[in-house]
Every structure is written in structure tokens, then in C-alpha cells.
Design a protein around this ligand. Structure first.
Ligand code: ATP
Ligand code: MG
Length: 442
């Protein structure tokens, strides 16, 4: 066999690919994620929200009971499976509210009063992947549990609005807020009866799914993008007309705060949200910049969910914000974080004295300086190129001659506002801790 033949007969290993609709997030894209997460955390902390982390896998029953059996998420989108080891019915979480509620109950966490929580995490839905819609996606969400008043609904809306604006997005131009009140169960059932009667009159317009859901979940039949159904949906009885005094007072309470704070919103009587657990206030932030993936954030009140999942009844309100859609929107409108750059880049043309050099870099890092070491040996020219491309403010040149004398050459690469030295100068390697501060705030 010739070398050529042997090469041909060696079986080539097919590289594996990520699961469809599930994305790798690599640098430099991952830096945008960190930037967004940091911005969000800074806002969340100003409102006193605390981080919560729950498992990605939960018992399937949690979502069936929590989200509702006749919902897209549970019917069509949930990754539910049997654990082969013990036959347990499990699911990858399609959203996190049900998991947070389970955790609150399991740990009697609301025993000493309400809690304000936030989370970041991956969610899973078996949908058709497209821009802004994935099978693994990420949400930032908040849940305020144990608070009944409209002030907390308004608080989470104010917080979401601040978040969007602090990211550089402009209300009315890049996003807008839609608001509705779903009332309480008795109001919804009165409305539901009227709605079913209306749908029955227009039964011929509905597809098979619509006809099936007409009785099981008639509100959802109206939550359609089908243009053929718009007129019928517009003429349908409105839930707002069925609300009693208490629900209206709650809704008006939320509105009064938003109005006082100058938060613009549009009341959308058709806004019902894709999960069954909501009551009273529901809201969405929408954008026209992302096509049919235009909802960047959705939430509302879910006063019945905790009890429905076996906990002690307590009111709650929250929202979930899609991280991928936020990043797409920010990109679309040209909001970009500053590229992250180290303070310094270490150029080391020879491995001579490398241990000393690395000890000096450790001293710099201990003093808070971010410094990247050029990996391996290459020409000074190519190392300088890398130093420049890194965006570092300084190059630290550990040349052979300098290192032999215990010195390093410090070369400013960028003319920063506070930097007074443009030209290269030398410093002692062994006393790096003493001059580290010079590299900060360049
Ligand atoms: P849509 O109507 O677009 O399917 P949804 O009502 O199902 O959204 P929610 O369950 O309210 O979405 O989730 C909150 C947020 O999470 C959404 O507003 C959106 O930004 C994001 N989101 C939901 N599903 C996906 C997905 N498959 N891929 C990416 N982001 C998603
Ligand atoms: Mg959906």
C-alpha cells in the first residue's frame, strides 16, 4: 500500500455538531453577553433584587401543572423525557417561574415575608429555529413573591423600563410597552362564556387547532397572527369590560404609578401571554426591529400559581427577558459595548528569564492590572502587532537585554486622557508591585 492509499483508507472521524437550535457563544460575542449581564445586574441590585438559581431539569409535572396543559409550551415545545435510570418523568425547563415557585415552597422561603428575586439562565423549547428563536435560549427574569399591591407590578415594570433605557434603547423608537389586565378567575370565566359564544358564531373561520382550543383555551384562539382572524378577534368581547371593581382598582393603581413616572404604554386588550398562570396585570415589551420575534420581554402577575403548585397561597409578579433578542435588538440599533481591552500586553521575545517575568506579571495582577502574556515565542514585530490588536494601553517589553539587567521597558500604546508619558521608559522587574498603579486608568 502506498502512503497515498493508506491515507485514503484511514477512516475520517466525523466531527460532532451542536444540537440544532442550540448555540455556542464564543468570544468576542461572549463579551457582549457579559456586558449585558453586568448592566442588568447593576439595575437589579438598585431595586434590591437577589439572585436565585434553580435546576435546569425539573419533574415534568411541575410545568404541566404550572404552565398549563393546553399551552404551546407544554403541548408542543417541551423537552420532556424519561430518566432511563429510574423511570422518572423529567423536563428541561422551558421557563423558570415554575422552578422558582417550587423552590420557594420547598424551602418555605416566604415564611418571613416577600422576596424579590432575579435569575439568569438557559431555557429550552422545541421550536423551529430562526433568528431570535432558538431551542436553547437564555432569559434574565425577575420574580417578586409575596406582594399583592399594584406598586410591585409597577416596580417590576419601572425596573424593566430602566433596564432598556440604560442600555441605550429609546422608548417609542426601539421598544414600546403593552399592558393589559386579565382580571380574576370569575371575571375570566364570565368573559370566557361570552367569548366561546362569539367563537361559535365564527367557527368556520377557525382551523382544526382553533376549533379544538375554542373550548379548552378560547383566549389563546385570539392570540393569533393569522390575518384572516383579525376582524373576528377585534370584534370579540373584551375582558376589560368584564372586570369587577377590585381588578379595575388594581389596574388603575398600576397605571397611576406608570403615568406619574412618565412611562408610556399601550393598553392591548388582546395581550394574554402564552402561559396559563397569569392574572391581573400582564405586559410585554415589543419591538418592530426583530420581525415576528418582536417580544423582548414578557411578564405579569400570577397570584394563584404558588398555591396551584402546592405551596401556601401568596401573590407574585415577574417577567422574563430574552437575552438573545435583547442582543439582536442592541445590534440592530447600533448599541455596542466598548471592546474589552487589557491594561497591558507583555512582549517576551525569549524564554530567558521567563519565571521572573511571570512572577512580575503576577505582582501586577495582584495590584489589579489586567495583563496578557504573549503566548509562545515569535518575532518582536508580530508580538507588537498582537499587543496593538489587543487594545492594551501599554506594552511591557521584556527584551533579553532588559531582563538581564532586571528591567522591563514600558511603552504606552494609546494616548489616554490621563497618561502624561508618551515615550517608552523602564522599570524594575522585581518591584512591579510598586509601579503597577501607573498602568491603571491609562
Ligand atoms: P414568543 O411569542 O415570541 O414565542 P413567548 O411568549 O413564548 O414568546 P415567554 O414565554 O414570555 O415568550 O418568554 C419570555 C421571553 O423569552 C420572550 O419575550 C422572548 O424574548 C424570549 N423567548 C421565548 N422563547 C424564545 C426562544 N425560543 N428563543 C429565544 N428567545 C425566546
Ligand atoms: Mg413562544
Amino acid at each position: 500500500m502506498t502512503a497515498e492509499e493508506s491515507k485514503k483508507s484511514t477512516p475520517k472521524v466525523e466531527p460532532l455538531r451542536a444540537v440544532k437550535g442550540m448555540n455556542d457563544i464564543l468570544p468576542p460575542e461572549s463579551a457582549r453577553w457579559e456586558w449585558l449581564e453586568d448592566k442588568m445586574r447593576s439595575v437589579l441590585q438598585r431595586y434590591g433584587y437577589q439572585n436565585v438559581r434553580t435546576p435546569i431539569v425539573e419533574p415534568t409535572a411541575l410545568f404541566v401543572r404550572g404552565i398549563g396543559e393546553v399551552t404551546d409550551i407544554v403541548e408542543k415545545e417541551m423537552y420532556a423525557f424519561e430518566d432511563r435510570m429510574n423511570g422518572d418523568q423529567l423536563a428541561l425547563r422551558p421557563e423558570m417561574t415554575a422552578g422558582v415557585v417550587r423552590a420557594m415552597t420547598e424551602h418555605s422561603f416566604l415564611r418571613d415575608g416577600g422576596k424579590r428575586l432575579y435569575y439568569f439562565g438557559a431555557m429550552f423549547r422545541h421550536e423551529r429555529p430562526q433568528k431570535g428563536r432558538y431551542r436553547q435560549f437564555h432569559q434574565m427574569g425577575v420574580e417578586a413573591l409575596g406582594f399583592a399591591g399594584p406598586d410591585v407590578d409597577a416596580e417590576v415594570i419601572l425596573m424593566g423600563s430602566r433596564l432598556l433605557r440604560e442600555l441605550g434603547l429609546v422608548d417609542g423608537e426601539h421598544f414600546s410597552l403593552e399592558l393589559n389586565c386579565l382580571g380574576e378567575a370569575t371575571e375570566r370565566s364570565a368573559h370566557r362564556a361570552a367569548l366561546i359564544a362569539h367563537l361559535e358564531q365564527h367557527k368556520d373561520l377557525l382551523d382544526e387547532e382553533g376549533q379544538r382550543r375554542m373550548y379548552s383555551n378560547p383566549l389563546r384562539v385570539l392570540d393569533t397572527k393569522n390575518p384572516a382572524l383579525q376582524a373576528m378577534a377585534d370584534a370579540a368581547p373584551k375582558l376589560l369590560d368584564f372586570l369587577g371593581e377590585a381588578s379595575l382598582a388594581h389596574f388603575n393603581g398600576v397605571r397611576a404609578i406608570l403615568d406619574a413616572a412618565g412611562i408610556a404604554y399601550r393598553i392591548n386588550p388582546r395581550l394574554v401571554r402564552g402561559l396559563d398562570y397569569y392574572n391581573l396585570t400582564v405586559f410585554e415589551w415589543v419591538t418592530d426591529k426583530l420581525g415576528s420575534q418582536g417580544t423582548v420581554c414578557g411578564g405579569g402577575r400570577y397570584d394563584g400559581l404558588i398555591e396551584q403548585l402546592g405551596g401556601k397561597a401568596a401573590p407574585a409578579v415577574g417577567f422574563g427577558m430574552g437575552m438573545e433578542r435583547m442582543l439582536l435588538l442592541l445590534e440592530e440599533v447600533g448599541v455596542a459595548p466598548a471592546a474589552p481591552a487589557p491594561d497591558a500586553y507583555a512582549i517576551v521575545p525569549s524564554s530567558q528569564g521567563l519565571p521572573q517575568v511571570m512572577v512580575a506579571l503576577e505582582a501586577l495582577r495582584a495590584a489589579g492590572v489586567s495583563v496578557v502574556l504573549h503566548p509562545g515565542q515569535s518575532s518582536m514585530k508580530s508580538q507588537f502587532k498582537k499587543a496593538d490588536a489587543s487594545g492594551a494601553s501599554y506594552a511591557l517589553i521584556f527584551g533579553e537585554d532588559e531582563v538581564a539587567q532586571g528591567l522591563v521597558a514600558v511603552k504606552p500604546l494609546r494616548w489616554g486622557a490621563q497618561s502624561e508619558v508618551r515615550t517608552q521608559y523602564t522599570r524594575s522587574i522585581s518591584s512591579a508591585a510598586d509601579w503597577a498603579a501607573e498602568l491603571l486608568n491609562a
